[in-house]
Write a protein that binds this ligand. Structure first.
Ligand code: NAD
Length: 315
């Protein structure tokens, strides 16, 4: 939030968003209210809706509405309410969005489905979530992405602050409030060992829980060669340049190490693979996935391997 406030101070004189009409779909909390206020201070007009039926802070939504921002959200919406709110946000006479800020892809999906003509005026989509980014890459691959989109999810600051650090804190807050139990000695399964999973494991371990992890990607499960690839590569595949090990081979090598850790790698189901747009045999991560973001936690990860039951996609 402090970064947003300082951006506001630095740029509000210039109004870099003058004329922008932003339709947004995010969690509606005090933190996102600061984002919306900042967009307004930088010159944008905003209409907002919630990306999650549970997370809206009603008092924040009310305060935003009072300040003149059109907000359609409340805590505890039904599924129907959720889509109604998104629709009200987009479908308004005399006002047409020219930017989309989305967290999860539902707003973007709705505009594509119901109001494709809106895209004639939209200059771009900013997407914050893993799921939404995944959908955007699918659209792009199918040649259906009609405006530029910015993948914010995979920026380092988002990955670290939101996914790793924030989830490391909110997992405990959320679980404590809802279950009110002691975590020491409890057995917890964490599904997926990406940034969010790493943060959650770290917090749960610190409370003394016995943590099991499920993973489908042998590299993430192991966290941890190229000679064979280079030696056997057909002429012309590699020029005089520096290359990364092909992802598939990287994953294969990692998978060979897994038995040493008593880890059991099983396959994605057909349904899961289809949903994620992946081949069941990998590669499991797109090229832009930042494995290097995990390098600082490698020793940590080996601690998990030693002290944590590590399963890969237990079925
Ligand atoms: N504030 C929040 O609540 C918040 C913040 C950020 C992300 N998220 C959500 O958390 C989730 C994870 O985000 P991330 O940044 O860690 O993503 P990530 O892609 O870095 O990690 C997800 C991991 O899950 C693994 N995986 C996928 N399918 C699996 C399966 N069937 N079984 C076991 N493992 C599987 C993948 O291989 C990957 O390593 C996403 O759904 C994201 O939208 C929530």
């Amino acid at each position: 939030m402090s970064a947003l406030i300082s951006l506001r101070k630095r740029a509000q004189g210039e109004k870099p968003l003058a004329g922008a009409k932003v339709v947004g779909c995010t969690h509606i909390t005090a933190q996102t209210a600061v984002l919306i206020e900042t967009l307004v201070a930088l010159g944008a007009q905003c209409r907002w809706t919630a990306c999650n039926i549970y997370s809206t802070q009603n008092e924040v939504a009310a305060a935003l509405a009072e300040s003149g921002v059109s907000v359609f959200a409340w805590k505890g919406e039904s599924e129907d309410d959720f889509w109604w709110c998104i629709d009200r946000c987009v479908n308004v006479e005399g006002w047409q969005a020219n930017m989309i800020l989305d967290d999860g892809g539902d707003l973007t999906h709705w505009v594509y489905k119901k109001y494709p003509s809106v895209f004639k005026k939209v200059r771009g989509i900013v997407e914050e979530s893993v799921t939404g980014v995944h959908r955007l890459y699918q659209l792009s691959k199918a040649g259906k992405l009609c405006v530029p989109a910015m993948n914010v999810n995979d920026s380092v600051t988002k990955q670290k602050f939101d996914n790793l650090y924030c989830c490391r804190e909110s997992i405990l807050d959320g679980l404590k409030r809802t279950t009110d139990v002691m975590f020491g000695g409890k057995q917890v399964v964490v599904c997926g060992y990406g940034e969010v999973g790493k943060g959650c494991c770290s917090a749960l371990k610190a409370l003394g829980a016995i943590v099991c992890v499920t993973e489908i990607d042998p590299i993430c499960a192991l966290q941890a060669l190229a000679l064979i690839e280079l030696y056997n590569a057909p002429e012309g595949r590699y020029k005089q340049d520096v290359y990364l090990l092909p992802k598939k081979m990287d994953e294969y090598v990692a998978s060979l190490h897994l038995p040493n850790f008593d880890a059991h790698l099983t396959e994605l189901s057909d349904e899961q693979a289809k949903y994620m747009g992946l081949n069941k045999n990998g590669p499991f991560k797109p090229n832009y996935y930042r494995y290097d973001r995990c390098s600082k936690t490698t020793h940590h990860d080996f601690d998990y391997v030693q002290y944590t039951h590590f399963y890969c996609n237990v079925v």
